[in-house]
Design a protein around this ligand. Structure first.
Ligand SMILES: [Zn+2]
Ligand SMILES: [Zn+2]
Length: 153
């Protein structure tokens, strides 16, 4: 069973990310930001703009995003499971044994995530087609998302 959970992006098209190494938050552009980005090979790893440590593409979810995805997925999953169990134990009418399946209370799906338009866009000189957003209070140096090269802004 597969569930789709949508995570919001901000008005500039940036998706909030959390570094698995330094736990710092930044944003990367969701989807190609330009033609150059479209033609670039798709990355398997990215470098944290804040600490420069790399991780594979699927390791950058924030705690809020993970909790939200769980919050959305678990009730749906429980409902599906309850339906399947109900079908599985359906008995003929004259059966001596009665089964019933009741779903225990499952938490409601959480309120949708909202992505604030915070942080500042910075682009590395080496891979300018892959801009990131970093917290305004940080002054760098930062690291290129694509190759990990250090750069100042
Ligand atoms: Zn980091
Ligand atoms: Zn670069």
């Amino acid at each position: 069973m597969e569930l789709q959970v949508s995570i919001p992006i901000d008005d500039d098209g940036f998706l909030r990310r959390e570094c698995p190494s330094c736990m710092g938050q930044f944003k990367w552009h969701h989807g190609p930001a330009s033609e150059a980005a479209e033609t670039a090979p798709s990355a398997e790893i990215y470098f944290c703009p804040l600490c420069g440590v790399s991780a594979t593409v699927d390791q950058w979810w924030t705690q809020e995003q993970l909790e939200y995805a769980q919050g959305v997925a678990v009730p749906q999953f429980m409902n599906e499971l309850t339906d399947e169990l109900r079908d599985a134990v359906r008995q003929p009418r004259d059966s001596f044994i009665q089964f019933s399946v009741e779903a225990s209370d499952v938490a409601d799906a959480p309120a949708p995530l909202v992505e604030p338009n915070d942080m500042e866009i910075v682009a590395s000189p080496c891979h300018a087609y892959e801009p990131v957003k970093v917290p305004q209070e940080l002054r760098g140096p930062f690291f290129c998302l694509v190759c990990g090269a250090e750069f100042a802004v």
